[in-house]
Design a protein. Structure first.
Length: 51
């Protein structure tokens, strides 16, 4: 238990961030399947409900 002990610090992002990550940094590293945003099968949806 971590009662009374901070575990994170929330602060604004600095305007002088170290380095901006370039767009497409992982291009060619993986392929997003055509059905990526298709509805999940019933079996998986039911498992979220504990069925």
């Amino acid at each position: 238990m971590q009662a009374s002990k901070p575990i994170a610090e929330i602060k604004p992002v600095s305007a002088t961030a170290e380095k901006i990550r370039p767009y497409g940094l992982c291009a060619g590293e993986f392929i997003v399947p055509d059905d990526f945003d298709s509805p999940l099968p019933e079996e998986i949806l039911n498992s979220f409900d504990g069925k």
